[in-house]
Write a protein that binds this ligand. Structure first.
Ligand SMILES: [Zn+2]
Ligand SMILES: [Zn+2]
Ligand SMILES: [Zn+2]
Length: 543
C-alpha cells in the first residue's frame, strides 16, 4: 500500500509556522500604522500638532502594538508548538496504526478487494481513517475504519444540478484533464488542472515564506526580545494599579487629614495652651528640656490654681482640655496622661514633625486596599521600569494633590517638610525640603521665593524657563567670557536682576530676554541643536 504520509514533522517545521505568523502579524501592524500616519498627514483638519510630535506619536503607537504582538506571541510559543506536535502525533499514530478493514467484497463482481491507499479524514474535528479498495475488475471504493463503505459523493451538473458523469480524460505528471457530462441537459465541459503551475505556485509561496523568515525572524521572533517584550507587556498590565496604589496612599482621607493639620512650634504651642489653661485656672505652665528622637517629647509642669478641685477632677479636666486644644495640630498628650501631686501637675507632650508621622496622628493607617492584581504577579513585575515609573508618577501626583489642598489654607504656598533634596526652578541650587517653597507654579528655594515675593523677579520665571537666562547660559549661548559679561553690564548694555539672600549677598543673576533685546541683537544666541527622528515613512523629522 502506498501513501506513507507524514503527519508529524520535525520541530523546526512548527517553529517556522509559528514564527511566520508572528512575522505576518507584526508586518501587518507596521503597515497599518504607516498607512494611518500617511492618512493623518494628508488630513487637513487634524489637531494642530507639530510634525515632530506627530512622527513621535505614530512611532510610539506602532512600536507599542508590535511589542504587544511580540510579547504575546513569545508567551504562547512553546505551549502552542507542543500542542501542535501532540495533535500531529495523535494523527500520525492513527494513520500508522489503524488496522484496515478485512474481507471487503467488490459490490459489482463480489471478489475480495485489495487496499491501494489510506487517508486520514479529519472532517468536523473527528479523526477517521479511510481506505481505498480496488478490485481486479477496476472498481474502486472508499471504506472507513470499521468497515463502513463511504457513499460516493455524486458529481452534479453545474448547470441543471442533476447527477452528472465525471471521467478522467488524461492524467500525467504535469496535467490532469477531466470531463463532466450531463445526460439530463446535455451539458459537457472539459477542465485542465495545471499541476505544474500549482506546484510552481506552492514553490513560490514557500520561497516567499523562507525569505520572510530569513529577513524578519531576527527582528520579531528572538527569544531574547520576546522575553523582554512579554515582561514589558505584563508589567504594563500591572503598572496602572501600581500608579493607583501610590496615588491613593497619598491622596487618601488619612492624607487629607494630615495635610489639614496645623504645625505648631514650641512657642506657638506654649501660647495656645497658656490661653486656654488660664481661663480654667491651670497656671504657671513651664516646659522642660525636650527629648528629641523620632518625635519631639516635651515634659511640662503646671499648677492647679483652683484649690476647690479634687485631684482626680483636676486630672480629668486638664486631660480633656489638652486633648480638645491639640486636636487638629501636630501635638498630642502622651498616653500615660498627667500626674497630680499636691496641686502640681506634670505630663509629657509629643510633637510630630514629618508628613509620614502624621498618619499616626490622624488615627488612620495608610490605606491598603486589596489589589485587583494578585500579590505574586505584582511582586514579579515590581522591579520592572514600567511599574517603578508608575509608582513614581503615582506618588508625585498624590503628593501634588495633597499640596494643592493645602493651598486652600495657605494660598501663597508653603515650605515643604523633611530633608529630601529638591532643585530650585529658578537658581537651580539643590536645597533641602524645609528650605523649599512650594506653589502651583513650581518649587523654588526660600531665597528665590523671597525675591519673587519682593517683586525683584516675576513668578512667571518659575514656570517659563524660556524667558530668561543665567550667567553661564549667556556666556555659553552668546560665546562671551564671564569677564566680558561683567563689562557689558557695567556699560549698561546687559541688564540683569540680582537675586539676594536676606543678608544682602547676591547669589544668582537673572537676565530677562525681554529686557535685553538690544544686547541679543548685538550678541545673538547660538541656534539650539535640533533633534531629528525618523518617522514611519522613513523621513527625517525635526523635533
Ligand atoms: Zn470487481
Ligand atoms: Zn445538466
Ligand atoms: Zn533658588
Amino acid at each position: 500500500m502506498s501513501d506513507n504520509k507524514d503527519h508529524l514533522k520535525d520541530k523546526q517545521y512548527y517553529i517556522d509556522r509559528y514564527d511566520l505568523y508572528t512575522i505576518e502579524k507584526c508586518l501587518k501592524a507596521d503597515d497599518f500604522w504607516r498607512k494611518a500616519y500617511e492618512d493623518f498627514l494628508k488630513s487637513e483638519d487634524g489637531p494642530k500638532v507639530s510634525a515632530g510630535d506627530k512622527a513621535k506619536f505614530f512611532n510610539w503607537i506602532s512600536n507599542q502594538e508590535i511589542f504587544q504582538i511580540e510579547g504575546n506571541r513569545y508567551g504562547r510559543k512553546e505551549e502552542t508548538i507542543q500542542q501542535w506536535m501532540e495533535d500531529d502525533s495523535i494523527k500520525q499514530d492513527k494513520h500508522d496504526n489503524t488496522s484496515e478493514p478485512r474481507d471487503i467484497h467488490c459490490p459489482d463482481c463480489k471478489k475480495i478487494m485489495n487496499t491501494k491507499l489510506k487517508h486520514l479524514d479529519s472532517l468536523d474535528d473527528q479523526l477517521r481513517m479511510m481506505f481505498l479498495f480496488e478490485c481486479s475488475c477496476k472498481k474502486k471504493i472508499w471504506v472507513y475504519e470499521g468497515g463502513t463503505v463511504k457513499e460516493p459523493t455524486p458529481n452534479l451538473c453545474p448547470k441543471c444540478k442533476a447527477e452528472a458523469e465525471m471521467t478522467v480524460v488524461k492524467e500525467s505528471k504535469d496535467k490532469l484533464i477531466w470531463k463532466i457530462t450531463c445526460q439530463s441537459c446535455g451539458f459537457s465541459e472539459t477542465t485542465t488542472d495545471d499541476l505544474e503551475k500549482q506546484r510552481a505556485e506552492w514553490k513560490k509561496r514557500e520561497e516567499e515564506e523562507k525569505n520572510l523568515l530569513e529577513k524578519y525572524r531576527g527582528v520579531f521572533c528572538t527569544d531574547e526580545k520576546g522575553k523582554e517584550m512579554l515582561e514589558y507587556v505584563e508589567a504594563f498590565k500591572v503598572a496602572p494599579q501600581a500608579y493607583e496604589e501610590e496615588l491613593k496612599k497619598y491622596d487618601s482621607f488619612a492624607y487629607q487629614q494630615v495635610a489639614g493639620l496645623k504645625k505648631l512650634t514650641i512657642v506657638e504651642l506654649e501660647k495656645l495652651l497658656n490661653e486656654v489653661f488660664e481661663k480654667e485656672q491651670f497656671i504657671k505652665l513651664t516646659f522642660s528640656n525636650p527629648e528629641i528622637a523620632q518625635h519631639v517629647i516635651v515634659p511640662f509642669n503646671l499648677q492647679d490654681g483652683n484649690s476647690s478641685r479634687k485631684d482626680n477632677e483636676s486630672v480629668i479636666q486638664l486631660q480633656k482640655l489638652i486633648k480638645d486644644t491639640l486636636e487638629g495640630t501636630n501635638w498630642r498628650l502622651m498616653s500615660e496622661g498627667v500626674f497630680y501631686r499636691l496641686g502640681f501637675i506634670s505630663g509629657r507632650l509629643k510633637g510630630y514633625e514629618r508628613e509620614e508621622d502624621f498618619f499616626e496622628l490622624s488615627g488612620e493607617k495608610k490605606e491598603e486596599k486589596p489589589s485587583k492584581i494578585d500579590y505574586g504577579t505584582m511582586m514579579r513585575y515590581e522591579g520592572s521600569p514600567a511599574v517603578q515609573m508608575a509608582r513614581l508618577n503615582g506618588r508625585t501626583q498624590g503628593i501634588e494633590n495633597v499640596r494643592k489642598r493645602r493651598l486652600e489654607k495657605e494660598p501663597d504656598g508653603f515650605l515643604l517638610d523633611g530633608d529630601e533634596i529638591y532643585t530650585c526652578m529658578v537658581c537651580r541650587e539643590n536645597t533641602e525640603g524645609n528650605r523649599i517653597w512650594w506653589t502651583l507654579e513650581g518649587i523654588t528655594c526660600f531665597d528665590c521665593h523671597l525675591n519673587i515675593k519682593s517683586g525683584n523677579i516675576g513668578p512667571e520665571v518659575i514656570k517659563n524657563k524660556n524667558i530668561w537666562l543665567q550667567n553661564w547660559q549667556i556666556a555659553d549661548e552668546c560665546g562671551l567670557h564671564p569677564s566680558s559679561l561683567q563689562k557689558l553690564r557695567r556699560q549698561g548694555l546687559l541688564k540683569g536682576r540680582e537675586l539676594k539672600r536676606e543678608n544682602g549677598i547676591s547669589y544668582c543673576t537673572i537676565y530677562l530676554i525681554s529686557e535685553n533685546k538690544e544686547f541679543f541683537e548685538k550678541y545673538p544666541r547660538k541656534p539650539k541643536q535640533k533633534m531629528v527622528i525618523t518617522d514611519l515613512l522613513g523621513n527625517e523629522i525635526e523635533l
